[in-house]
Design a protein around this ligand. Structure first.
Ligand code: GTP
Length: 465
């Protein structure tokens, strides 16, 4: 049983180190190593309750080699009260051979009354025939600085987590390994709204995110990340997600990639809810492009669309397109007789008939008060005349009803084709306008196609009525 203080350069360390004859360390070096690492030795007689400490152990707590009692009950008084039960339980478990060794981190009071964090490790080295622990030796290492660093690190992590969790959106770290495997090592709480997932759902495998992305945007989503990884360019994407609770929503993602030493790519970024922004954008787009009364394209949008069609025709000599201008007859009279509100109804009624007659791909717009226009891609002048006749027949067959009153509408139509030699689509529209003028001149409710007169004046031919 311990009768002498354990020396920092003494057994048991030196004896066990000598076991391997090929590897001998000078005990003095062990002393230096142990002292330098802030480690002291202790040797406890479990039966008598005697415990002896090496000088380095005592120095660690600020005691001189001759200070400190060698009683275990005094040792327990120095343990921080909050840690005592845990220390005792860990020690007891080792005495009962429930653990291979004794390892515990706890606070211990120094001579000056302050506390240090230490890591105590020990092992029972002799037991009685009944298995009861008799002698135990061990080390204590000052880990105060380490604990402070760990505590500061935890505070920093808590701060970042608290801040990112307050941000309305998802702050994330996304890793893509060389073999293409994706994971999200860090996701703020916002992931519960952004993807309706928990951080742990994607910590090791990001597949759950891809499952939320709208199939229409999945390829673009994947490709955008591949591009960002390949060129280490910032990732930016607006894409749709389908969520169990919120349904279809828009998301906007922004992140910066960096290449890691193992070849993987790590993005740090942010994903926000872009649904409202997209809704407003769509609303503004509609306001800018759609005529409120008839829900047809407005003049500006129709012009832009027909210019795009004209560009297509000009670059493909075999492609054709016809253009029509349609104007309700005597609309002023209708307004004067039935009122402006009914005039509005007549306009939307006519727009419905026009839309019903159009094919997918045809462009229709309201370009003025009671003026409408259409571009029929792939249609010849003859096709356009047939289309115009069908419109007139539909208008005749479907009068506007105001209560019991039938209000008959008629429409005059001017037609021409888009010509590759034109400067733009408006030139075709202006020829349609001239043909329309002829239709009005010749009595209205007529279809006229444009024809250049020898004198260069606008003319019309091919009347329907
Ligand atoms: N109700 C209603 N009337 C409109 C609207 N925009 C224009 N108008 C009217 O449409 C009428 C067009 O009159 P005009 O240009 O003289 O043509 P019209 O009476 O149809 O005569 P023709 O075209 O020669 O057959 C005007 O009285 C405008 O006030 C609208 O949004 N709603």
């Amino acid at each position: 049983m311990p009768k002498t203080e354990p020396q920092d350069d003494a057994t048991p360390a030196s004896s066990s180190l000598e076991c391997d004859t090929r590897f001998h360390i000078d005990p003095e070096l062990v002393t230096v190593a142990l002292t330098g690492s802030g480690t002291g030795l202790w040797d406890r007689d479990v039966v008598t309750g005697e415990i002896r400490y090496s000088p380095a152990w005592k120095a660690m707590l600020g005691y001189a080699p001759h200070e400190l009692s060698n009683r275990i009950e005094d040792a327990y008084v120095r343990v921080h009260p909050d840690d005592l039960a845990h220390v005792r339980a860990t020690m007891q478990a080792h005495f009962e051979s429930k653990t291979d060794s004794y390892v515990v981190e706890h606070r211990i009071r120094c001579k000056d009354g302050s506390y240090k964090w230490i890591c105590s490790r020990g092992k029972v080295i002799s037991r009685g025939s009944d298995g009861r622990a008799q002698r135990m030796i061990g080390t204590s290492t000052d880990i105060t600085a380490l604990r402070e660093t760990a505590t500061n690190l935890q505070h920093t992590i808590d701060l970042i987590t608290n801040l990112t969790n307050e941000v309305p959106g998802l702050v994330f770290q996304y890793r893509r390994s060389v073999d293409g495997h994706g994971s999200v090592p860090y996701a703020s709480d916002g992931i519960r709204d952004i993807y309706e997932l928990a951080p742990e759902d994607v910590a090791r495998n990001a597949d759950a995110i891809e499952a939320r992305i709208d199939p229409r945007d999945l390829d673009v989503f994947r490709q955008s990340l591949l591009d960002s990884a390949a060129h280490l360019t910032p990732w930016h994407l607006e894409y749709r997600v389908n969520l169990p609770r919120q349904g279809s929503c828009w998301r906007q993602g922004d992140a910066r990639p960096q290449r890691m030493p193992d070849g993987s790519t790590l993005w740090h970024g942010f994903i926000s809810d872009a649904t409202e922004h997209k809704r407003i954008e769509a609303e503004l787009h509609e306001l800018a492009t759609v005529d409120h009364l008839t829900q047809l394209s407005n003049r500006r949008h129709f012009t832009a669309q027909s210019e795009a069609e004209f560009t297509r025709i000009r670059h493909a000599p075999n492609e054709i397109a016809a253009m029509l201008m349609l104007d309700l007859d005597h609309f002023k009279l209708l307004n004067d007789r039935w009122g402006h509100a009914l005039g509005d109804l007549a306009l939307s009624h006519f727009a419905r008939l026009l839309r019903a007659e159009a094919r997918t791909g045809d462009l229709i717009g309201r370009i003025g008060g009671e003026e409408f226009a259409a571009v029929l891609p792939g249609a010849s002048i003859e096709d356009a005349v047939t289309f115009a006749r069908r419109i007139q027949q539909r208008v005749e067959a479907s009068p506007l009803m105001s209560g019991e009153t039938r209000i008959a509408l008629t429409v005059s139509i001017g037609i021409d084709r888009m010509r590759p030699t034109d400067a733009g689509a408006t030139q075709a529209l202006s020829r349609c306008d001239k043909a329309l003028y002829v239709a009005k001149e010749r009595g209205r409710n007529r279809i006229e196609t444009y024809e250049e007169s020898p004198a260069g004046e606008a003319n019309g031919r091919s009347s329907c009525k």
